[in-house]
Design a protein around this ligand. Sequence first.
Ligand code: MV4
Length: 449
Amino acid sequence: MSIKRILIANRGEIALRIHRAAHEMGIETVAVHSTADADAMHVRLADHAICIGPPPAADSYLNHAAIISAAEISGCDAIHPGYGFLSENEKFAEIVEAHEIKWIGPKPEHIRTMGDKVAAKKTAGALGLPLVPGSAGAVSDLDEAKAVSAEIGYPVLVKAASGGGGRGMKVVPEESQLESLMSQAKSEAKSAFGDDTVYIEKYLGNPRHIEFQVFGDGEGNAIHLGERDCSLQRRHQKVLEEAPSPVLSPEERDRMGEVCAQAMRDMAYRGAGTIEFLWENGEFYFIEMNTRLQVEHPVTEMITGLDLVREQIRIAAGKPLSLTQDEVTFTGHAIECRINAEDPFTFAPSPGKVTAYHPAGGMHVRVDSGLYAGYSIPPHYDSMIAKLIVYGRSRDKCIMRLRRALEEMVIEGVKHSIPLHQELIKQDDVLSGDYSIKWLEEWLKEREA
Ligand code: MV4
C-alpha cells in the first residue's frame, strides 16, 4: 500500500519538484536521465541515479523498456511521469501497472479517452460539462460538415481528433471555403498524427482560456481546486498564468468547479486532472481535458496552500483525498512567469552555460528551477529553465511583488524571458486583467513594429 521509492520519469524543474514532495513525505527517489543530463540538479539530489540513454528523448525519456528496467533494478514501487514525455501515454501507464509498479497518474482508460478529442468531448457532454456547439462526433464527409456548419453558423473551426497544440486546426469563414480547408485540416492531421479524423466546432473569436484543477481518488470521490487563467500564450505555449482568473466571481467559480468535480465523481477519475474551457461573455465551453499534473500547478498551490504532488502520491498509494470540498479555501492571488532560455525578442532558443544565477527570494516568492551557476543548459529539450511564482493578498499586490522579484532575479550566460515578463506586466491590459487568447500575439506584433 505505502510507497517507499519513486522513480521520476522526467527531467528539469518538474523532476526536482517531484523529488522535493517525495523527500518531504520520507520517500526515496530514483532519477533516470540521459547522458545530456548527468549534471542536472535533480540527478544530484535524488537518492539514486540511472543513466537510461543518449540525449534524444526518443532514446531516453521516452524509452519504455529502459525506464521499466531502471525501476525494477532500483526497487521502485512507483513511477511519477511529471508532464510531457510519457505522462499521457496510456500504453506506458498500462505497462507500469502490469509490472505491479504504482502509476502516479490517472487510470489508463481515462488517459486514452481524453487523448482522443472526439471521445473526450462526448464523455464531457455526457457528464454534463458545457460544450462548444458543433458536430456530435467525427465528421465523415463534406455533406455532413456543411449541414453541421450551417446549423451552428460560420465561422466554424475544423479540429483534428488526435490534435492538441493547435495542429490540424482550420478556421472556416464561410461555406465556400469548407471543402478546401477541411481537406487541408485532414491532410495535416494525417501527417502529424497518422489519423485524419476531424470534428467541427463553432469558432469562438475572442475567448479566454480558463482551466479547472481537479483531483479524484479513483473510487468516486473528487474535488476541484478552482481555476487558472492561461490566456497569455504564444504559439500555444503559455507565457504567464494566474489564479484566480480576473473574470470569475466566487459564485461562478463554485458553480463551474462543482460541475467539474461532479463529472470526475461520475467517472471515478483518479489523480490530478485539468479540465480546459474557453470562456466568452460569461459562458464556459469545454475543449479538452489533460490527464496529468500541469506546468502551472504552483499558482493553484499558492492560493489553496496544498501540495499537489503530495496529493498525487497519496492517491497512488491508495489513500483518500486529504481534504473535502468544504475544506478547500482560496486566498489571495498568484502569478507564474515561465522563464525560457530564449531570445526575449525573436524567441530563438538560447542553450548554453549559465555563468551566474541568483534566484529571486523573499516573502511569497517561489522559484522552481534546476539551474545553478556553471550549469550548461542542453540544446536537446524544452527551453523552459525556471518558473517564478509569486503570491499576494490581492492581484495588485501580487503584481507589485512580481515586479520586485523579476528585478532581483539574475541569469547570465544565456538569453532568457525575464525582460519580456518585465515589459509584459507593465501593459495596461495585463494590469487590468483585460486580455484574451489573442492578446499576447497581437501585442508582440505591435512591439516588433
Ligand atoms: C478553439 C478556439 C476557438 N474556438 N475552439 C487551440 C488549441 C486547442 N487546445 C484548442 N484551441 C482553440 N480552440 C473553438 N471552438 C481557439 C483555440 C485557440 C486557443 C485556445 C486556448 C489558448 C490559446 C489558443 C490560441 C489559439 C487558438
